[in-house]
Design a binder for this molecule. Structure first.
Ligand SMILES: O=c1[nH]c(=O)c2[nH]c(=O)[nH]c2[nH]1
Length: 300
């Protein structure tokens, strides 16, 4: 029996980086949480404590800051690709690099004379995400969002399900459906260039929300399938979509003790336990995923 070092990577997790563009009185803000991870043969550091191939995580953090000064940070996918290519192309022992980014939204304060030039309000809780992998086999961008809380007050049923002696759930033709969506979609290629990432983000988000709203849902499972499908139909560059949807249950309050009807008007919003519905929707002719889904600390 031998004990061997298995898969490993190392980097700087969650560098909080806020970039302003101040070349006119109307400033721009990009608010990011950036995680870097380097992959390659770093076994000497683990096995012998030999740091000669180890570019410090502190240097990785500095590189993230310098790239934010010298390169555009918007769109985040281009920033991530550029930083990842730098690590792979310029730092000898690095065979692959992973950059994970969360982007927090800000909207301008509106005063009497319109949108303010340099004051914003944090917008919602939805977070845009990107996970960039540059490796020998090619490049991958997993674009996505998380914490997108959506709810519909009708247009959702759950009935005709399998039952056994432990089933107490009552079938329903009309229920509240709500979730806090995590959606990630993968684009892969030899070198990812010429893609309008901001347009893709806005477009995928829009088609998914349209499906959530307008599909008469027989289950959250069915809704996820249609959301994933719609994204790939709209953007053929997308090889696969991974969706994760906690079912944020809304239970109808029982008013029978008070001789009152409850026609889908008053609910108890429960936070746990919750059903967790997950799905991957993919093209059957898409490029392979390589290490696109090998997460680091930032987005796990
Ligand atoms: O959309 C749903 N899918 C399920 O699998 C499920 N199970 C459950 O109890 N409620 C629901 N709702």
């Amino acid at each position: 029996m031998a004990i061997v070092l298995g898969s490993n990577q190392y980097g700087k997790a969650e560098t909080r980086l806020v970039r302003f563009v101040r070349d006119s009185p109307r400033h721009q803000i990009t608010d990011l949480n950036v995680t870097t991870a380097l992959r390659g043969d770093f076994s000497a550091a683990y096995l012998d404590g030999d740091q000669s191939a180890v570019l410090p995580t502190d240097t990785q953090k500095n590189s993230a800051y310098v790239w934010a000064k010298t390169h555009a940070v918007d769109p985040i996918e281009e920033y991530g690709l550029s930083l990842a290519r730098h690590f792979v192309e310029d730092v000898e022992p690095v065979e692959a690099a992973r950059i994970e980014i969360e982007q927090f939204g800000w909207t301008r304060v509106v005063a009497q004379d319109g949108e303010h030039d340099h004051t914003w309000i944090r917008s919602g809780q939805e977070v845009r995400t990107a996970a960039v992998t540059v490796e020998a086999g090619g490049e991958h961008v997993v674009q996505g969002l998380k914490d997108l809380v959506v709810l519909k007050s009708t247009g959702s049923a759950f009935k005709d399900f399998l039952t056994d002696e432990y089933t107490t759930l009552r079938p329903t033709d009309d229920r509240v459906m709500a979730t806090s969506l995590v959606a990630r979609w993968r684009v892969s290629g030899d070198r990812l260039e010429g893609i309008d990432w901001n347009a893709m983000y806005v477009g995928v988000r829009a088609v998914m929300l349209e499906r959530f709203a307008n599909l008469h849902s027989l289950a959250l499972q069915q809704t996820l399938w249609h959301m994933g499908r719609a994204a790939i139909e709209a953007y053929p560059q997308i090889a696969e979509v991974r969706l994760k949807a906690p079912n944020k249950h809304h239970f109808l309050v029982d008013f029978s003790a008070f001789d009152l009807e409850n026609d889908g008007e008053v609910f108890h919003a429960d936070d746990r336990p919750y059903g967790l519905i997950e799905a991957t929707v993919e093209r059957d002719d898409g490029p392979p995923s390589g290490d696109a889904w090998r997460f680091s600390a930032g987005l796990a």
